[in-house]
Design a protein around this ligand. Structure first.
Ligand code: CO8
Length: 263
């Protein structure tokens, strides 16, 4: 499918999705969100894809937020519908079975920060800027920021960001646990590709089981989470990748994982 506000490519089990409205700093309008939704469906149906990387086109921005020209025209009911629409697509992103890495190359503000929060981890350029500036516009985050940010960095730090709307540098974002690693701008995508390559060499079934167990366990009490882990561990043993991984270790060779989610 031909997209106009995003680009989607894939090679060697790694998909790269680029937000591509550089003139508006890749702001999220309805048509971009529609395209993202379609792209996420095609990624989840493609058995060959094991990792997804998200980044922004141009040198300045990952995503500078939801499109303010659209927000400015919304009625309260329209705002609720738009928030629901954005939330559903960002939840679809978070719910992808495969690991997702945000390669944040510049502004990740408002809906852009919320998009990155739905990824499994964030690599950032030294030039990246994070923030939830909605309060400055007289509104609040509406694409999941009030919920995902405190779960990731704690309520006190999240509230400081949300109440002040302040921009954080990449270093500040790393200090509070929002960002895993920081790279020079020209090295960011290579670094994301390198870690994606490392992940893509692993078995798809165990990758997806690991992601699902960590993500769902965070919303459960410890005993329930441990139960989820036992079940997922047992299910891994039903996949040929477990045989391959353990045999490869005992035979002192590198494993070659060929199993898919069906075994
Ligand atoms: N929406 C629409 N256009 C934008 C956006 C945006 N979020 N951000 C930047 N642009 C446009 C600018 O209007 C400008 O367009 P033009 O050239 O036609 O004037 C172009 O991108 C370049 O931007 P600037 O000239 O402003 O570039 P600067 O380098 O001077 O500044 C900033 C960059 C700091 C990123 C600045 O553009 C900015 O502050 N942008 C807005 C950031 C923001 O407030 N984001 C949050 C938006 S609200 C949100 O995300 C809510 C999500 C939940 C919605 C729930 C539904 C109701």
């Amino acid at each position: 499918m031909a997209y106009s506000s995003i680009e989607l490519t894939s090679a060697d089990g790694i998909a790269l999705l680029t937000f591509n409205r550089p003139k508006a700093l890749n702001a999220l309008n309805s048509s971009l969100l529609e395209e993202l939704s379609t792209a996420l469906d095609s990624i989840s149906q493609d058995e060959t894809i094991r990792v997804l990387i998200l980044t922004g086109a141009g040198e300045k921005s990952f995503i500078a937020g939801a499109d303010i020209t659209e927000i400015a025209t919304l009625t309260p009911l329209g705002a609720k519908k738009f928030a629901q629409f954005g939330q559903s697509i960002i939840s679809k992103l978070q719910g992808l079975a495969i690991p997702v890495i945000a390669a944040v190359n510049g502004f990740a503000l408002g809906g852009g920060c919320e998009m990155a929060l739905a990824c499994d981890f964030i690599y950032a350029s030294e030039k990246a800027i994070f923030g939830l500036p909605e309060i400055t516009l007289g509104v609040i985050p509406g694409f999941g920021g009030t919920q995902r940010l405190p779960r990731l960095i704690g309520a006190n730090r999240a509230k400081e960001m949300i109440f002040t709307g302040k921009h954080l540098t990449a270093a500040e974002a790393k200090e509070i646990g929002l960002v895993n690693k920081i790279f020079a701008p020209e090295e960011l995508l290579d670094a994301a590709q390198a870690v994606a390559k490392l992940i893509a060499l692993k078995g798809k079934a165990s990758l997806c089981a690991a992601k699902q167990t960590v993500s769902q366990g965070l919303n459960a009490d410890l005993a329930t989470g441990l139960g989820m882990e036992r079940d997922a561990f047992a299910l891994c043993l039903a996949n040929p990748d477990a045989k391959e991984g353990t045999s490869a270790f005992l035979e002192k060779r590198k494993p070659v994982f060929k199993g898919d989610l069906n075994g």
